[in-house]
Design a protein around this ligand. Structure first.
Ligand code: EPZ
Length: 416
């Protein structure tokens, strides 16, 4: 199995460009199902979750071409409406195709997206919303058969600002009869990116980024071209890597305004940060513990940055308290970090990190996508060699991580 060999101790310095956003490209690829024309998507990251989404599109009958970071998607031919179980299980967020399938085909058959490393990943908010929109859903043996012959817009108050549920409802509503109003909607930048894409297709969606999204249904949507926003969690990851190695680097093609909470935490921990348009410069000479980190829906501290930031706080002076409020089981990276000499005490949703002066390289396993990022950061700061295995988790969301880190002066090698 491939692994990363990381020789710790180099200060990361230099310039890198940030990739397109994984959590934007996935709903946008689902939205392309709704176009009666070709969609051209720029800045698509070369990551395995994008490969999985393309495999689903092709299984449904779309034709997809890809060259580097550009993807052409054409869904003009008649589409299937069933996503096979193996593809559904490959990526939890495959459920994002449900709303678009209902709107395009009037029906859909999918299997329950399995839980994942972060704990149970229910989709009750998605299904309750679709039923309110007139969709008939039958479940047996883990398979969901949905009939949406009479998809109708309505008021949908979300009990939690679920990112996926907000996106799925937008994808169904944009071709439904009448108007849909989502209240307590998620406000993440990826929701705004999806709104922009749907409107470029001729949709009528407003309010993304606020707590209320209003969608006026349309009879048809056309193709378009769109550039995906930068990945704010990849940005956070590499900022933490530079800070953990007391480095000095410039990140380009990013969106500082999408990372306000993380930048505030890095500044509070002693990092010097300068931002300008699509640039972030970070320099860190000494690192102190942060104020307590409580993960919250956007614009609060992102749950996806919890693990990378924890990897950084392992080598800060003092103790940092983390409270993970979004997912039930998002501390699986703690045991692996402790194998490297980190001092972390988890207690339910809380974890207390006592910074140490030095971590030691060790053989560790990525437990999930962002947990793997945390271990990469710790290994870069550690003394000695770290062998990081199960890196398929990392490849789901990070484009060429060893190439990017090498560009900053790290000693990172992918070994079979
Ligand atoms: C999206 O997942 C992201 N994934 C996640 O990023 C991110 O951590 C999460 O939003 C929160 O920001 C993509 O966009 C592909 P949610 P999603 O619905 O949509 C509960 C990464 O590392 N919930 O906002 O699944 C759920 O169990 C990934 O890039 C319900 O109870 O997140 C969780 O506790 C990981 N019922 C919480 O809400 C539902 O119907 C947040 O879930 C839906 C969600």
């Amino acid at each position: 199995m491939p692994k990363l060999r990381i020789e710790g101790g180099n200060s990361l310095c230099g310039v890198i460009d940030v990739q397109g956003a994984k959590n934007s490209i996935l709903p946008i690829m689902a939205a392309a199902l709704l176009a009666e024309g070709e969609c051209v998507i720029e800045n698509c990251p070369r990551i395995s979750d994008a490969d999985a989404a393309i495999a689903i599109l092709e299984t449904l009958g779309a034709s997809v071409r890809r060259r580097g970071n550009r993807v052409w998607i054409d869904c003009r031919s008649p589409l299937n409406y069933e996503i096979p179980d193996d593809l559904m299980r490959k990526m939890r967020s495959s459920v994002i195709f449900l709303g678009a399938l209902l709107a395009r085909c009037g029906k859909a058959v999918i299997s329950f997206p399995g839980g994942c490393e972060l704990g149970p990943r229910p989709i009750d908010l998605h299904l309750a919303a679709f039923e309110k929109m007139g969709v008939r859903i039958e479940e047996d043996f883990g398979c969901l058969s949905c009939d949406a012959q009479h998809l109708t817009g309505c008021e949908i108050p979300l009990s939690f600002p679920s990112v996926g549920a907000t996106e799925n409802i937008m994808l169904a509503a944009v071709r439904a009869k009448g108007t849909t109003v989502i209240t307590n909607a998620a406000r993440e930048p990826e929701i705004e990116d999806l709104q922009a894409f749907l409107n470029e297709m001729g949709g009528d969606v407003r309010g993304a980024g606020t707590g209320t999204v209003i969608i006026h249904g349309k009879d048809s949507l056309h193709g378009c071209s769109h550039r995906v926003i930068p990945d704010r969690i990849v940005t956070a990851t590499y900022l933490c890597a530079v800070a953990a190695t007391r480095g000095n680097a410039l990140l380009r093609k990013t969106r500082p305004d999408h990372n306000a909470a993380l930048l505030a935490a890095l500044r509070q921990s002693g990092c010097e940060i300068e931002v300008c348009e699509d640039l972030i410069r970070i320099q860190c000479d000494s690192l102190r513990a942060s104020r307590p980190i409580r993960t919250m829906p956007y614009p609060g501290f992102p749950t996806d940055a919890q693990a990378p930031f924890m990897g950084l706080m392992c080598v800060a002076k003092g103790s940092t308290v983390f409270v993970e409020t979004i997912f039930e089981n998002r501390y699986r990276h703690i045991a692996e970090l402790c194998r490297m000499g980190a001092k972390i005490t988890p207690e339910g949703k809380v974890a207390v990190v006592e910074g140490v002066s030095r971590l030691r390289g060790a053989p560790v396993e990525a437990t999930d996508l962002r947990g793997g990022a945390a271990l990469m950061i710790a290994a870069l700061a550690a003394e000695g060699t770290t062998y990081l295995s199960e890196i398929h988790h990392i490849d789901r969301g990070y484009e060429d991580p060893e190439g990017v880190l090498t560009q900053l002066g790290a000693s990172v090698f992918r070994e079979e």
